[in-house]
Design a protein around this ligand. Structure first.
Ligand SMILES: [Zn+2]
Length: 235
């Protein structure tokens, strides 16, 4: 068995009970100053924005949150500071946002402000993919334009390719995504799998697979942490 899998298996055993339990929430600190890189764990969509939907009605936003909560927990166990952009499906929209479009925009602006206001931030945004045909599967990592993003994405992609059946390559993120246009820190967007692929959707619906995804994402953050710290003049 290769070292990576031994490592992941050991970590899974150590944290399995906590990971498989009901969603857990943790906030390391609320202040914006930090001596170390802070991973912003962004559960994509949420509230009135469910994101993509599987054929069985599975909402992307729910899967994203489940993986994000576990990743946040694991980062804490690894000693890596982290912040969640949301820790539930309830989003407190401002009264001034009346339409769904305004509410989504206000939520994105809040997340961008959280990232922008966090010292030594690194963004990991968690999403699920979809495609008009059922064939495509596997995780894919996209990177933002800030230095450090591409290397982080390639590391994470390599790690995820060890877990997923469909092997993919890291690519630059779409310029349409508001959060990534706003973020000036190293940033990656992880599409964990395809809701449009029935086999992968069935996997994504299991707690165990989402726990494995979170473990791989945490391991990717650990592996790249020194380089990310170096970007901010540490390490
Ligand atoms: Zn999404």
């Amino acid at each position: 068995m290769r070292f990576r899998y031994v490592f992941l298996a050991a970590l899974l055993l150590l944290t399995g009970a906590a990971l498989l339990s009901a969603p857990l929430s943790r906030r390391v600190f609320e202040g914006s100053r930090s001596d170390h890189v802070v991973v912003i764990v962004d559960a994509g969509h949420g509230g009135e924005d469910g994101g993509a939907v599987g054929a069985d009605g599975t909402k992307e936003s729910d899967l994203n949150l489940s993986v994000a909560l576990r990743l946040d927990l694991l980062l804490g166990l690894c000693g890596i500071p982290s912040k969640l952009t949301r820790d539930s499906d309830d989003i407190a929209y401002p009264d001034s946002a009346v339409t769904t479009r305004q509410r989504k925009r206000a939520d994105q602006e809040y997340r961008a402000a959280l990232i922008g206001g966090t010292d030594k931030a690194v963004l990991v945004s968690i999403h699920q993919n979809t495609y008009p045909l059922p064939g495509p599967s596997g995780a894919q990592v996209f990177f933002g334009s800030a230095p450090g993003s591409e290397g982080f994405a390639k590391t994470m992609q390599e790690m995820l390719n060890g877990l997923c059946r469909g092997k993919r390559h890291a690519a630059s993120v779409s310029e349409d995504i508001y959060l990534f246009r706003q973020a000036s820190c190293p940033s990656i967007l992880v599409e964990c799998g395809f809701l449009s692929n029935p086999d992968e959707l069935a996997l994504l619906r299991t707690d165990g697979y989402r726990a494995k995804l979170a473990l791989v994402l945490a391991a990717g953050c650990l592996r790249q942490y020194h380089e990310l710290e170096a970007l901010y003049g540490k390490g």
